[in-house]
Design a protein. Sequence first.
Lengths: 135, 170
Amino acid sequence: MTHNSNAHDNGTLGAELPKFSVNVVPTDRLRREDLGTMLNRYRHGEITPLIFGDDNKPEAAIIPFAAFVRLMKYDHAAHVHAEAPFQAELSRRIQEPDASGEAGMTIEELAESLGPLGQQWADEHRAAQQEKRDE
Amino acid sequence: MSERQPAIRLLPTTGLKQDLQTLHDAAVMHPHGPEDRLLRVALNQMGRIQQGAPSTHPLEYMPSYPDLSDCETTYVGADPNAKPSHRIVWRERAPQCPGEPVTREIFALGERANGQAYYMAGQRLGRPVGFTLAELAAQREPIASPSRPRKRSISSFETPSMSEPDLQFE
């Protein structure tokens, strides 16, 4: 289903429509026969929408189904366009989370980066490793 | 760099560095206290992880936790006479190119109590509780709700033929 939000219009070429006026049919004057008439017109290639609502406010529109599908396509394309970077980032995080820009380091380097106790541990660890290698 | 190039590339994540820094700073405040001992034991264990030591055990998926089934856990504790109080959560990744070393990423050093270490690791991995890795990966695909029987499915948003009589709407 399409939606009423125009959030994805930002930056979309041609998204801003020029001003236009519409004839609003009051809801209580809409008859069942009008629907048949509109359908017949659409079958003959007309595309003019039937716009109706209360208090002279355009609240709903009857449009050719092909036009509705075109609107859905537009919304879908905008959705996919907006989602692509998000999904790429999500995918990257699932595959390689928390690894952005982080280089590998040895445990001694990691310990030294902490402060004096870490440096002390690193010195002791290096000495113990050296001793092991010398044996 | 004075160390020999290890066969395993250790990748301490930002979160792990924070865990260690917090522990280190507490240890500085209490020399020879439990934090000091835990810091040394944890660094020793991470040194072993870097040298290729196996974990205490691999993790499995549990619905009340984030899915860490691709991770391992290593037990650590300051008191050798008590059950290990902390967990190191890490994961091994195969090299992406031939000749590169295996990478071991360490995500968290946290308390065992209440599964804190595992929730922290899950959060850092961006994994919500109760979703399997397969489900999270599937969220990358568009979600389609199954069509109800009376609903006409319009594949690929193509405009239907005007002559088809069976379109129904709800």
